[in-house]
Design a protein around this ligand. Structure first.
Ligand code: PGA
Length: 247
């Protein structure tokens, strides 16, 4: 795992975008999974801007949804695919035929293997762009997820329900289950980018960087991945840097 120190959240986005461009230059037909949430927004702005000056940039790429709420309507605004459509896919001119996306209403027992097979059929994940959950989750792989886990339906952890309540109005309205690519699926990506920004992530990032490697902290799996770049801004690194100086 390589740590890249960025100035602020926009700089995290710029540095992540540079790696995405490098990946697409090396392999235009890359299979890419993208996190939703607030952290990747600066990255999406960079990617959308680049697609305006180079309309062919994403033409041969495939995009995989990292996770999705289970049981919600296809056209629900809060469906993570619809969020990704608004923030990135539509402004960047990406077609539905380039998507591998969870159907939130399908039977998870069939839907999860379908997603795994669709990724495999296109040669496996080339790039996973991830965010860091306040409890250390990656996608919706909550604490306790096996490092070998595959794509599956999971119950959401209380912390995830609380942190997503803002999008849903209130905690009781947040779905209790989600579909997520597994940790074992993600670790096979040929390149992984973990984006981290803001003071709110300082404790969880310090624990990811120097705490135990354990399934209690799903993101600690990335310490075992030589192909992972953690791009973190100063605010999110503040606790880690302070702990290092205190030693
Ligand atoms: P955030 O979400 O980017 O909105 O902080 C990260 C996550 O929960 O995975």
């Amino acid at each position: 795992m390589r740590l890249v120190e960025a100035e602020h959240s926009d700089d995290v986005g710029r540095r992540a975008a540079a790696l995405v461009f490098q990946q697409l230059r090396a392999k235009p037909e890359s299979v890419i999974t993208l996190a939703t949430g607030s952290t990747p927004l600066p990255l999406f702005r960079e990617l959308v801007a680049a697609s305006k000056s180079d309309p062919g940039l994403f033409r041969r790429a495939y995009f995989v949804t990292l996770d999705e709420y289970a049981g919600i309507a296809h056209d629900d605004r809060r469906r993570l695919l619809n969020w990704l459509r608004r923030e990135f896919l539509e402004p960047a001119g990406i077609h539905d035929r380039q998507l591998i996306a969870f159907d939130p209403l399908a039977d998870p027992a069939a839907e999860c293997p379908r997603i795994e097979k669709a990724i495999e059929a296109r040669g496996g994940l080339d790039l996973a762009v991830l965010g860091l959950g306040p409890n250390g989750h990656l996608g919706f792989n909550e604490p306790g997820s096996s490092f070998a886990s595959r794509t599956r339906m999971v119950p959401l952890a209380a912390e995830s329900i609380i942190s997503n309540a803002a999008y849903w109005g209130k905690e009781e309205d947040v779905p209790k289950h989600a579909l997520t690519l597994g940790l074992g699926t993600l670790k096979q990506a040929r390149l992984i980018i973990l984006m981290v920004s803001g003071m709110g992530k300082a404790d969880v990032l310090a624990s990811l960087l120097s705490g135990p490697i354990s399934e209690c902290m799903p993101a600690s799996l990335l310490r075992l991945c030589s192909t992972c770049n953690v791009i973190a801004d100063r605010a999110s690194l503040s606790r880690h840097l302070r702990d290092k100086n205190d030693k």
